[in-house]
Design a protein around this ligand. Structure first.
Ligand SMILES: Nc1nc2c(ncn2[C@@H]2O[C@H](COP(=O)(O)OP(=O)(O)OP(=O)(O)O)[C@@H](O)[C@H]2O)c(=O)[nH]1
Ligand SMILES: [Mg+2]
Length: 450
């Protein structure tokens, strides 16, 4: 299976069939475009000095990243193979984030400060990185020792985790999960950005435990801290590893626990997961779009109900006035010389006599349009913008969660709705289009990767 071709094809289909809908329901076009761009991505996160850069150098087989005992990296570094003749080089943050072909454009929002802490290293002789990029990140710090980052670190790792096909979260026995930034990341950032099955946990540098007891204590501490952070009792797998080149001789080392190779294979196999991740992401975003359209359909159904009521009143009143308005006018103003109804019964109606009845027919309609557009629809919009979740049945946790992400834009959409949007709304048609996409196109691709 040619994954790259499938990815390109899916991108084309999404763009053709759904891009205008995403835009008209206020979705950021980048969100879905970024998912479909570029290579498989691995994001390395973790405490400072937990061995992220060391592991990356090992994976790449070159000394690309600096390593050291104190907090060493203060930048995000995207590492991948060169794909042109220009050779190994480093590309500055502004160029990387500004490049529309790369998936990092959404990081623009984090401003100049982040740009100074972002770069890409293109390296030669790295066949494994032809179809893979690894992002090294600044180690997580404790707020006590932190020299205050000058950009929104959590926001950035959240964005990167959204893009990543695999997030590797590294710890070491010395700080088994007690670092403040790590706590915040696991507690709040990652659950919003990365699906659970895309995160793997690693405790590295285990050779530095003096004896098996130390190792068990460090492992236990990490498990305890993780369960505090995730609120879960079941523990994810934690890879226990050390760098073979740096390992000290120790009793713990002598135990023969070494999952380094397995970890490396798992990381390098990320490209295999790419397409299914893309499908998951596209699916998630299309479902979010669907929920938004559903909410707007429910809102406009209520709006149409008001319109129908208005029209019924206008029709009743209009008909009454059609036949009787000129009689009132005649009574008070003395003209027309004979009423429309009388001449109708007489069998002959001069056109002149139709003027007042037609006005009687139209006036209530104008009145109803005025009341609807100036008063009733805005009031309905105001009510639902304040409590838009009432529009929907949020009966599953999935829908509840998805709702949290879209409620802001649903409010915006409702607040911007005018009478004519209600009358001409085509939400039901859009829903059908989305459902067709989910049932045909998505299933088609799921079938292809099976
Ligand atoms: N004994 C031993 N030392 C290690 C191991 N892995 C890394 N080190 C050392 O630990 C220190 C920290 O490693 P780095 O790879 O720089 O850690 P990092 O996670 O990139 O740290 P920051 O960039 O500061 O976030 C370095 O001095 C490494 O040489 C290991 O498995 N065993
Ligand atoms: Mg580092």
């Amino acid at each position: 299976m040619d994954e790259k071709r499938l990815q390109a094809e899916l991108k084309q289909r999404v763009t053709k069939k759904l891009a205008p809908l995403f835009a008209s329901y206020l979705f950021e076009p980048e969100d879905i475009e970024n998912v479909l761009k570029w290579k498989p991505l691995v994001l390395m996160l973790g405490n400072y000095s937990s061995g992220k850069s060391t592991l990356i150098n090992e994976l790449v087989g070159q000394n690309i990243q600096r390593t050291g005992q104190a907090p060493t990296d203060d930048s995000f570094t995207v590492i991948t193979a060169t794909d042109d003749q220009e050779g190994a080089r480093s590309v500055p943050g502004a160029t990387v984030i500004g490049d529309e072909k790369l998936p990092f454009v959404s990081l623009k929002d984090f401003g100049e400060r982040l740009i100074a802490h972002f770069e890409m290293k293109l390296i030669d002789n790295a066949p494994a990185l032809q179809n893979l990029a690894i992002i090294d990140s600044p180690g997580m710090l404790d707020s006590v020792t932190e020299k205050n980052r000058d950009y929104d670190y959590e926001g950035v790792i959240g964005e990167l985790a959204k893009l990543a096909d695999l997030v590797v979260l590294m710890f070491d026995p010395h700080k088994a999960g007690t670092i403040k930034e790590t706590y915040d990341a696991i507690r709040t950032v990652l659950p919003m950005s990365a699906m659970e099955d895309r995160i793997i946990f690693v405790m590295s540098r285990i050779d530095e435990c003096d004896n098996p007891g130390d190792l068990v204590r460090a492992y236990g501490t990490l498990c305890w801290n993780l369960s505090q952070m995730t609120g879960r009792k079941d523990m994810p797998r934690i890879f226990l590893t050390f760098s073979p080149d740096l390992a000290r001789e120790s009793e713990a080392h002598g135990l023969g626990i070494d999952e380094r190779q397995e970890l490396k294979e798992k990381i390098m196999a990320t490209p295999k997961l790419r397409l299914s991740h893309i499908l998951q992401d596209v699916d998630r975003q299309v479902q979010a779009l669907r929920l938004t359209v559903e909410a707007m359909a429910a809102f406009s159904a209520q709006g149409r109900q008001l319109v129908r009521q208005g029209l019924t009143v206008a029709a009743g009143l209009g008909l009454f006035l059609f036949f009787f308005l000129d009689m009132f006018v005649r009574r008070f103003a003395g003209f027309p010389e004979t009423s429309f109804l009388a001449s109708l019964l007489g069998g002959k109606v001069p056109v002149r006599l139709l003027l007042i009845p037609v006005a009687g027919l139209i006036l209530p309609l104008l009145g109803v349009v005025l009341v609807l557009s100036q008063w009733r629809i805005p009031r309905l919009a105001k009510r639902h913008a304040a409590a838009s979740e009432k529009l929907m049945e949020l009966d599953t946790p999935y829908r509840k969660n998805a709702w949290l992400n879209i409620q802001g834009q649903v409010r915006e959409l409702i607040a911007a709705t005018r009478l004519r949007d209600i009358i001409f709304a085509r939400h039901r048609g859009h829903l059908a289009r989305i459902d067709r996409f989910l049932a045909r196109d998505m299933q088609d691709y799921y079938g292809k990767i099976r």
